[in-house]
Design a protein. Structure first.
Length: 525
């Protein structure tokens, strides 16, 4: 079987012009990401980079579990106490999950803003700038606002780091800054996305008194070593955000015994459970439309009813979601269920119309994102459809695959893939190859969180795809490796351009939000 995999001859012989080589060197060189940070934030970013960054180095085994190996949440509580517990001055929706938490948080934040509320949102990772991680009312925090806050509390941060013997991490300090900024901006409510798991995550300092709702989107196998080694231990870790007497919204769908773990934790905390994937809801995708001024959208009907009731609580027809795929519809439904939960708590401006407007206005970089024709041309991919999607797990690969099969079944395409070293490369490849027939696969490399520690060599990725093809018993497959993202895009385009039909096809960039970041950063330069 191994012999059936080969470097595509037309790819191997493809000559790159001197002009393209210069672009390659300046825009997307090898594994180095283009810097898009605001120069104004140089001191702030330098301060954070002096701290331990687990996104860059990888999370230690067992770090997210409620055990002696777990992160020490008490130091986060001490940091916030020194900052006068800013997170107690507004209501919070706390979101965790293996996949979908970023999209669900974005949908929910947009709905609340459409209702006229002042909304903070804290998420990770970022795509182009660290400012994206903290947004107020839909806009990333400005460099000047972030700097003003940073310099005003820096003595407290310095003291905290010293008193904690340097143990406070990049994420912990940044979380404290985010909570403080939301207080300063006087937000009505903050949507807080957990970084890892739940129980021992730095964000899990929210108490019942200011928690509006907890949200668990999905349970999958990502970060398994850090979260205890099994699907069950991952569910236990993520259920740690459930607080006494506060409702929890479950996205799903879940394997029955995993749902049982989450429900058991909720019962022990006297927390009501809302299941967004309940059969009482009958939401569906009607089709893909090209909406003027927006681009491709999926037209959906969103219908949510209590199980056993005929009359829907919400019935929204022809909702045009900018993020495509059934998984994004499920994320939209989950956010809608959270919105209804908040409405029941007195957030009366979360009307049906606010839900519709909020869902339709939601867009996230690197999630089912199509480049505009002008952007594709800037990358010298004239006429090609370019899809950027940060899928990097078996579950997200399945979601991407189902979207391609449903909406682009007739389209010729090539994958361009880079991945972090701690992901399951073979399972990711098997998921994409079971049911899809790419013209070729181009494996490449990119930095992860600005460093090379967690990046994967293209040759290693190619071996993973060979193994995946072997295990699936596939026939001839075209594969190539290249350590430059820019050159890999050109190789993919060359494969598609050789077709006699004149169709430029689709270049699908996936495997990591970090390769998405590399592509988007190049467009800014």
């Amino acid at each position: 079987m191994r012999a059936l995999w080969s470097n595509l001859s037309v790819v191997s012989n493809f000559k790159i012009s001197p002009r393209i080589k210069r672009l390659s060197a300046s825009n997307l060189t090898s594994r180095t990401m283009v810097s898009t940070e605001d120069p104004e934030l140089r001191d702030f970013v330098g301060f954070l980079e002096s701290l331990k960054n687990y996104e860059k180095s990888g999370v230690p085994k067992g770090a997210g579990t409620d055990s002696s190996d777990g992160f020490d949440l008490s130091r986060m509580k001490r940091l916030l106490l020194r900052l006068n517990n800013p997170h107690f001055n507004y209501k919070v929706v706390h979101v965790t999950g293996t996949k979908g938490k970023g999209s669900t948080s974005a949908f929910l934040s947009s709905i609340l803003r459409a209702g006229g509320y002042s909304v903070g949102c804290y998420s990770s990772p970022h795509i182009l700038s660290i400012k994206e991680r903290i947004s107020c009312n839909g806009e990333p925090v400005s460099a000047s606002t972030l700097n003003d806050l940073f310099y005003s509390i820096k003595p407290i941060l310095d003291q905290s780091i010293e008193e904690e013997n340097g143990a406070l991490s990049h994420f912990e300090i940044f979380t404290g800054i985010a909570f403080s900024l939301f207080e300063k901006e006087n937000v009505d409510i903050a949507v807080i996305e957990a970084g890892l798991g739940g129980t021992r995550d730095a964000t899990n300092v929210i108490e019942s008194s200011n928690l509006a709702a907890s949200v668990i989107t999905t349970i999958g196998e990502e970060h398994m070593a850090a979260l205890g080694g099994s699907l069950e231990s991952i569910a236990e870790a993520k259920s740690g955000i459930i607080k006494h007497g506060r409702p929890v919204v479950l996205g799903g769908p879940f394997i029955p015994h995993i749902e049982g773990i989450l429900r058991s934790k909720a019962a022990s905390m006297s927390s009501s459970v809302i299941l967004a994937s309940d059969t009482g809801s009958s939401s569906s995708i009607k089709g893909i439309i090209n909406k003027n001024g927006i681009g491709l959208c999926q037209s959906c009907d969103i219908v949510i009813r209590k199980k056993g009731d005929d009359k829907p609580i919400v019935e929204l027809g022809d909702v045009n979601l900018r993020m495509l795929g059934h998984h994004q519809l499920q994320n939209a439904v989950t956010a809608t269920c959270v919105s209804l939960c908040l409405r029941d708590q007195g957030w009366g401006r979360v009307t049906d119309e606010a839900i519709r407007i909020g869902l339709e206005n939601t867009r996230l970089l690197g999630r089912s994102q199509f480049l505009t024709p002008n952007e594709a041309e800037t990358l010298q991919l004239l006429g090609a459809t370019v899809l950027l999607d940060g899928a990097h797990t078996k579950e997200s690969a399945r979601a991407l695959k189902e979207m391609i099969k449903k909406d682009f079944a007739e389209k010729r395409f090539v994958f361009v893939i880079a991945m972090a070293s701690d992901k399951d490369h073979v399972s990711f490849a098997k998921e994409l190859l079971s049911g899809l027939k790419p013209e070729a696969v181009v494996l490449t490399e990119t930095d992860v969180a600005g460093g090379k520690v967690r990046s994967t060599e293209s040759s290693v990725l190619k071996e993973a795809w060979i193994k995946a093809a072997d295990e699936l018993g596939l026939g001839f497959m075209k594969a190539s490796e290249n350590n430059s993202v820019f050159d890999s895009l050109k190789l993919a385009y060359k494969v598609l351009s050789d077709d006699k039909t004149g169709d430029s096809g689709m270049v699908m960039v996936t495997g990591s939000l970090h390769i998405v970041s590399s592509v988007l950063a190049s467009l800014q330069h």
